[in-house]
Design a binder for this molecule. Structure first.
Ligand code: CMP
Length: 243
């Protein structure tokens, strides 16, 4: 991000402050700590498809999404992909290897054009140590990651196709509860098939059956949840509703 003159730099820094002040993880920091974080956070713009890091890389930075979506995924040598998560505005990623010093556990790719803040591990670790309340936020974040992963294991092992798909859609919609367009999930059918581990054809057939019941609306590159109650009942029962 260019900072050609002091006015640009000041504008950037005040918009950074207002974004970080509203960020769910950083919002409780006092103004001095927020100012410090602003100095550490580097604003970066990414084009759709850009690789942010790959599994096995060293964890040098923490990332906060401001705009757009980042895909967290794994791939096999024969070219198959599994999407672990889609990370949107207000969420962080890359915290695991920053905190434990091990390698990146998955790939991160810009799924849309994105704006993110990048914070260097060498700045971040001393900062977290100086802010006990922030450590608690990170414990909550890691608990959330584990719950998300537990839900995925439950879906794959214990739920049938409709239950898995319903759970995945509700999980994605739930993460967007603070956004006005929270019922609209920007995801392609190919991506959702990589997320729930089912073929694109079965996903398409199931979604069309739900669209006919007005449970969802299918848009180009997005799925709108219209009837979360019916989807939740299905997810909890895990029974078939594709006929
Ligand atoms: P890190 O291991 O540094 O790099 C990959 C990131 O993806 C990881 O930190 C987390 O932020 C995120 N991540 C890894 N595994 C999962 C998962 N199962 N569900 C959601 N996010 C994950």
């Amino acid at each position: 991000m260019p900072q050609d003159n002091p006015t640009d730099a000041r504008r950037l820094s005040s918009s950074k402050l207002s974004v970080l002040r509203k960020h769910p993880i950083f919002s409780d920091l006092d103004s001095e700590a927020l100012d410090q974080l602003c100095r550490y956070a580097k604003h970066t713009v990414l084009r759709r498809g850009a690789t942010i890091f790959s599994k096995g890389d060293p964890g040098n930075c923490l990332y906060a999404v401001i705009l757009g979506t980042v895909k967290i995924s794994l791939s096999s040598p024969d070219g198959r992909n599994a999407i672990l998560n889609l990370v949107g505005p207000g969420e962080l990623f890359g915290e695991m290897s920053v905190l434990d010093g091990q390698e990146r556990s998955a790939d991160a790719t810009a799924n849309t054009n994105c704006e993110i803040y990048v914070i260097d591990r060498r700045d971040f670790l001393p900062f977290v140590r100086s802010q006990p309340a922030l450590s608690m936020k990170f414990i909550e974040l890691l608990c959330n990651r584990l719950r998300w992963t537990t839900d995925q294991v439950e879906q794959v092992i214990l739920q049938d196709l409709p239950g898995r798909l319903a759970s995945a859609l509700l999980g994605l919609a739930e993460k967007r509860k603070l956004e006005p367009e929270r019922h609209t999930i920007a995801i392609t059918q190919q991506e959702i098939s990589e997320m729930v581990g089912m073929t694109r054809e079965s996903i398409n057939k199931q979604l069309r059956a739900w669209a006919a019941r007005n449970w969802v609306r299918l848009e180009h590159g997005a799925i709108v949840v219209l009837d979360a109650v019916s989807l939740r009942e299905l997810a909890e029962a895990g029974t078939r509703a594709d006929e």
